[in-house]
Ligand binder design. Structure first.
Ligand code: NAD
Ligand code: GLY
Length: 366
């Protein structure tokens, strides 16, 4: 088992990474001092696979488990799901000492985290991430949220978990498309902070894609380490933390314009990272060769690298201007200046973005 500390003063916690950790959930919480009733939030798909292991581990250590089963998919990351979970928690008598556990991908983690942040003004949150994306990103760092009908993650908080257990054996049941989606975020960490990790990914991609546990564990650990160091410096997203959004300005635009069903998060971020690298090269900020390495690695991962031809460049740019980083209507993007280092560039010339978006894709079907 590997561990990564997240040092945030009184909100510090440990990320445990390794095989078979879900079966140790009860033991790890036994002497926490938390109340003996816990709410175990999961969706039906994940609960069917792993709910039993977690539940029996908790019960064998004297906890009473109240399952809170949500619907599957982004459309359930909303206030209606949160309200059902508040009802369950209150009816079961959970008080402020009782923990909420999030067993699932980023959707479950975000909504259960939001409920933990707000139920009785905050109860202990334990993240049990089961997708690669959740293990390397959403379970770490304390961003919790639900969606508003008019926007993603509009209602949320910064609320750190007490513990993260990333059981890498659960990645064996994850569909290959979800592995690739998580790998987009893993590659992101190499580009923003670690040339050595990027090279390691280039060399070990086939092991990762074939789901070899030792490779996945290494990738989760290094990704968590990088994310933890960024979050420690800027917990509430006032500056540096923006670099974690590399690839997301265009990625979010693609996701929202295509309606969140067509591309998953990692696929959209992959396209965004390729476009950001090519834009940085076109602006003379990044050597062409480095942009090419980024594009090649993302393509080898099996992620789409071209923006769909039916999304007009001007519509994409208008959506990119809605990004949280934009100020006074000016396009702000995280752009790489070398592999391992990015900068937040304000006032990105829109003509360069339009040119890139027009040139990098096939023409739309007539
Ligand atoms: P997801 O939660 O929708 O999970 C993807 C699918 O995999 C679901 O169908 C799920 O049921 C299934 N699944 C989960 N674990 C499985 C397993 N071990 N075996 C088989 N199937 C499994 O998607 P995701 O990519 O994990 O998360 C996306 C969400 O995360 C988005 O809502 C995004 O906004 C959020 N997010 C949050 C942060 C943050 O910092 N809080 C960061 C990145 C993304
Ligand atoms: N996923 C971006 C962040 O945690 O800030």
């Amino acid at each position: 088992m590997k561990t990564v500390p997240v040092n945030l003063g009184t909100r510090s916690y440990t990320i445990y990474i390794g095989e078979g950790l879900l079966g140790k959930t009860g033991k790890l919480l036994e002497f926490s001092g938390y109340g003996k009733t816990v709410l175990l939030v999961s969706n039906s798909q994940v609960f069917q696979l792993y709910g039993g292991i977690v539940q029996s581990s908790l019960e064998s250590c004297g906890f009473e488990v109240v399952p809170g089963i949500t619907g599957t998919g982004e459309e359930h990351k909303n206030l209606a799901t949160a309200e059902k979970l508040y009802d369950l928690a209150y009816t079961a008598g959970l008080d402020r000492r009782c923990a909420i556990l999030a067993l699932g991908g980023g959707v479950v983690g975000d909504v259960a985290g939001f409920v933990a942040a707000t139920y009785m003004r905050g109860v202990p949150l334990i993240q049990l991430p089961t997708t690669l994306l959740a293990q390397v990103d959403s379970s770490v760092g304390g961003k919790v949220a639900v969606n508003h009908p008019r926007g993603k993650n509009i209602i949320g908080a910064f609320y750190q978990p007490k513990l993260v257990l990333a059981d890498t054996s659960v990645l064996q049941t994850l569909p290959p498309r979800e592995i690739r989606s998580g790998l987009a975020e893993v590659i992101k960490y190499g580009i923003i902070r670690s040339p050595g990790f990027f090279t390691w990914l280039e060399e070990n991609l086939s092991g990762l894609l074939s789901g070899k546990p030792e490779f996945l564990t290494e990738a989760v650990q290094e990704s968590c380490r990088i994310k933890a160091r960024v979050v420690e410096k800027d917990e509430t997203d006032q500056g540096l933390r923006a670099i974690l959004n590399f690839g997301h300005t265009l990625g979010h635009a693609v996701e929202s314009l295509t309606g969140y069903g067509v591309f998953n998060h990692g696929e959209a971020v992959g396209m965004g990272m390729v476009a950001a690298a090519q834009l940085a090269a076109a602006l003379g900020l990044l050597p062409e060769k480095e942009a090419e390495r980024i594009t090649v690695l993302i393509r080898r991962t099996g992620l789409p690298v071209e923006i769909p031809g039916d999304l007009p460049a001007d519509v994409l740019v208008a959506a990119m201007r809605q990004d949280k980083k934009a100020s006074a209507g000016r396009l702000t993007m995280v752009l790489p200046v070398e592999i391992g280092r990015v900068e937040v560039v304000r006032n990105v010339p829109e003509t360069a973005v339009l040119k890139l978006l027009d040139s990098s894709r096939p023409f739309p079907e007539p």
